[in-house]
Design a protein around this ligand. Structure first.
Ligand code: FAD
Length: 389
């Protein structure tokens, strides 16, 4: 259930193992292919896209970055991923990953239903769970071995099994005001700036489009941010004494996104399995959300593969445990990056001094930089073929 990165990747990995699946999605194809969200692929996600035969456009259009800049006290400090880890990240929009996966599924003639309505999952404690939905006003029922709840944070799957779950949650006292602008990137790599006014991120979606963010209050009214104010504040927070010049252009999209950390445990009940944002949310500072959704899909595809091959539930039972180690690692890293870079609540000067001391450490100690780099470029994925040798 759901044709975001989690649902589409899972169905593709199942297809590669010869396992039948049906994907249903409440939105239109056009909507999911143009929804602008994440844009950073970890190295293991990039490798996976190539391994499953979907890396062609990614190789041509993705921007490989071998480092990021941490900017504070008006100076930039590069974290060199290539030197520290031998890996890199790739800037490639989530909607492009979604387009590649949808194209592959439709090309293979596999079922993918958009614009479905009235979706429910029932009988999940039986060995034949069911999914009911309607397409074009006609009610349908699917009977399956397994239902994968890949329906995002606001989907119905987590609610269906909420009595079996415990929620762990943290809401941050700020949000991100994000823009898309028609400008050349002002820097070859992502810039994470920690300024006394608050955090700013300079990133890009291609050679002609930038994606930039400002830390704002959680209840910020976007109407208080005309374009000139956004550019002025980005200029202030991103300023460095080393010649950085912010390119200004037409802003064609802007919005405020709240920041939260959330994990539902376990990520399963009966034969319903939660995958991606349906089970967990990270603040975007660590660029982990989409990568984590894809990592869950890898683990579940392996478990379903083992179930289909042997009839044993053993790997399905292990699904939560096999996901949670990575999930909590990403939660910790995302919370760490958020605390490291955002203006502390009430601008507490003591907290600010501690933050600057930590930034000094991360940018001067190879050991500290390596830890940040290792987490940022991503830990190895558990793919079905890694298990099967
Ligand atoms: C506004 C926003 C901005 C973000 N920005 C960043 C970022 O800058 N960097 C970053 O790393 N991460 C970001 N993220 C997080 C990242 O986009 C998500 O982690 C990622 O989309 C998770 O993929 P998913 O497939 O689990 O869920 P989703 O992408 O949410 O996909 C779930 C799909 O299920 C569909 N659906 C919902 N209900 C049902 C139902 N009942 N039946 C069938 N289908 C259903 C939805 O329409 C959707 O297509 C952002 C998220 C949001 C919401």
């Amino acid at each position: 259930m759901g044709a975001g990165p989690a649902g589409l990747m899972l169905s593709h990995l199942l297809h590669l193992q010869g396992i039948e699946s049906i994907v249903i999605e409440t939105r239109s194809r056009d909507y999911v292919e143009h929804r602008v969200r994440a844009g950073v692929l970890e190295q293991p996600t990039v490798d996976l896209m190539h391994e499953i035969g979907l890396g062609k456009r990614l190789a041509a259009e993705g921007l490989t970055h071998e480092g990021i800049a941490l900017r504070f006290r008006g100076h930039s400090h590069r974290i060199d991923f290539a030197d520290l880890t031998g890996s890199a990240i790739t800037v490639y929009g989530q909607q492009e990953v979604v387009k590649d996966l949808i194209a592959a599924r439709l090309e293979a003639g596999l079922p993918l239903h958009f614009d479905v309505e009235q979706v429910t999952a029932t009988d999940i404690d039986s060995s034949r769970p069911r999914v009911q939905f309607s397409v074009d006003g006609t009610a349908q029922t699917l009977e399956a071995d397994v239902v994968a709840g890949c329906d995002g944070f606001h989907g119905v799957c987590r609610t269906t099994i909420e009595k079996a779950l415990t929620f762990f949650e943290h809401t941050y006292p700020f949000a991100w005001l994000g823009i898309l602008a028609r400008t050349h990137p002002s820097s070859k790599e992502l810039v994470y700036a920690s300024h006394d006014n608050g955090f700013a991120l300079h990133s890009m979606r291609g050679p002609d489009v930038t994606r930039q963010y400002l830390q704002v209050a959680p209840d910020e009214d976007i109407d208080r941010w005309p374009d000139e104010r956004i550019w002025q504040e980005l200029g202030t927070r991103l300023h460095d004494g080393d010649g950085f010049e912010l390119e200004i252009g037409e802003i064609f999209d802007k919005g405020v996104t709240p920041m939260r950390s959330f994990v539902a445990e376990p990520m399963q009940s009966g034969r319903l399995f939660l995958v991606g944002d349906a089970a967990h949310i990270v603040p975007p500072t660590g660029a982990k959300g989409m990568n984590l959704a894809i990592a869950d899909a890898c683990v579940l595809s392996h478990a379903i593969g083992a179930f289909c091959a042997t009839g044993s539930d053993e790997q399905l039972d292990e699904y939560t445990a096999n996901c949670l180690r990575r999930v909590w690692r990403a939660e910790q890293f995302s919370a760490f990056m958020t605390a490291l870079l955002h203006r502390p609540q009430d601008q507490d000067p003591f907290e600010r001094r501690l933050q600057l001391a930590h930034l000094d450490y991360v940018t001067s100690s190879r050991a500290a930089a390596m830890s940040l780099a290792e987490n940022y470029v991503g830990l190895p994925l558990v793919t079905p073929w890694a298990f099967n040798g």
